[in-house]
Design a protein. Sequence first.
Length: 269
Amino acid sequence: MKKELFDLKDYKYFVDDIMENEKYYDPFLLDDEGEYYFYNPRNLNNKRFIGIYDDNKIIGIFVLYILTDEKYIEITHAISSSEIAYKELFELLDKEYNDYSIDVVFNPKNDYMMRKLKERKAIFDKEQQKMVLNVPCYYKGKHNIVLYSDEYKKDYISIHDDGFYWTADKVLNSLDKFKVILCVKDNKVVGYVDITYTDEVNIPFDVYVKEEYRGLGVAKEMLSYAIELNGNKGMKLDVDIDNIPAIKAYKSLGFVKVNGNTITAHIEK
């Protein structure tokens, strides 16, 4: 049985129990103070909270971020150790959102979620390591690092990785949420960082450097600038587990690894 949930604090005991389970632990659920993100009423916009019950007992909580105009859903939280709950979730998605594209970021050990996504021929990105900023270490190099302005719009769009949801156009249409940091050489954009700046814990969504400028500290310097702009707020990121140079650079800037790897899956319609 499915039910819309309104006061998730009533289910804290259930969430606590799932978060003790290594296979079904939700890596994105806890903030730096150990509070659950979805309890924050500021984060309710465009979200749908679904409870799955068996014999009137809660067996699953799923949080959907829904953009109706774009026919897009992100499953932001999947909190269940019950195969029945995942079956019910995907039946709901098939019934009510059959023509939507869906992204899921989840614990790769979650075999129930993995199985359901493979049944729907999802495309999987590489597994990623979660890192959080501990003690900032500022790096100063010799590169020209600037904030985005419209004079660089064409260059920025031309090199932007648009293989995921936050395309260049969407970022530029959301500059109330994002800062775009650029590295400019000979009046050309050779690298960028797209990072949120309105949250208590901000996220670099994309870090990119043109191939011929890699290995010169460009990404490191752009991220250092982002850390400075972030002030006293927190910062977290995800990095491919096999990207050793990036992990090393993040560590040198004050990031530390934390438990809870993730993997992203895409279901296209």
